[in-house]
Design a protein around this ligand. Sequence first.
Ligand code: NAP
Length: 252
Amino acid sequence: MPQTQCVAIVTGAARGIGAATARRQAADGRAVAVVDLKEGDAQATVDRITADGGTAVAIGADVSDAEQVSAAVSQAAERLGPPQVLVNNAGVIRDNMLYKMTEDDWDTVMNVHLRGSFLMSRAAQEHMTSQGWGRIVSLSSTSALGNRGQANYSTAKAGLQGLTKTLAIELGKFGVTANAVAPGFIETDMTKATAERVGMDFEDFKAAAAAQIPVRRPGRPEDIAATVSFLASEDAGFVSGQVIYVAGGPRD
Ligand code: NAP
């Protein structure tokens, strides 16, 4: 690993899994570029990191927009130093049964998850390969295995597994690994929105999910941040092209 402070970029890091991951990356000693749609939202995560003694900057960018991605990665490199770690976490859901799913529902989900991870990875790898060290971790999901009402999201999350394996093959010789973390049910605003869609109280929804999970509890954003922390570490240098299901049970 380079001798200077390592720099991590985490997308969709204003809240949920991304915010916990950004905080964990900072606790691991990295300077963190906290990227989200609105810089003001990302600033809340930055404030928590700096209050804990870490280093972070807030950057507003839509990961599905090539120009904004290019500007965001350049800005992270200028303000913190060249990035060695990228966490492709930004995500949206537009759930609906296939017969009701609109083209916009499909395109929005593909653009944020797939195009976003492609654009961010393409921009960040330039810095990683020139340093001969890098870690790309993308957020897949147990939904990649198929999930009712999520034709768009399941497809995108399965696609991210293919992207991950290909990045691992192409970038390995430059010291860059690529892996995916596939969470099961994690308690965030995203699962809260799903509860609302199916008309359930969130506490009841969580209890119903926990009853189906072998470890009998919903996941927490910190559970995912801890797995990302390992995959971003020096110790994980021989782990590449893998998908780790973090779901309180097998689910693959
Ligand atoms: P979340 O609470 O909804 O947070 C997602 C973040 O991504 C939000 O801050 C959102 O900003 C941001 N974002 C959305 N579109 C973006 C874009 N185009 N550019 C930049 N940022 C964007 O979601 P989460 O539950 O933490 O999920 C994080 C990741 O884990 C996602 O990829 C998700 O698919 C995956 N995942 C989650 C679960 C789960 O159970 N929660 C399970 C499996 C996988 P706004 O608030 O402004 O929209």
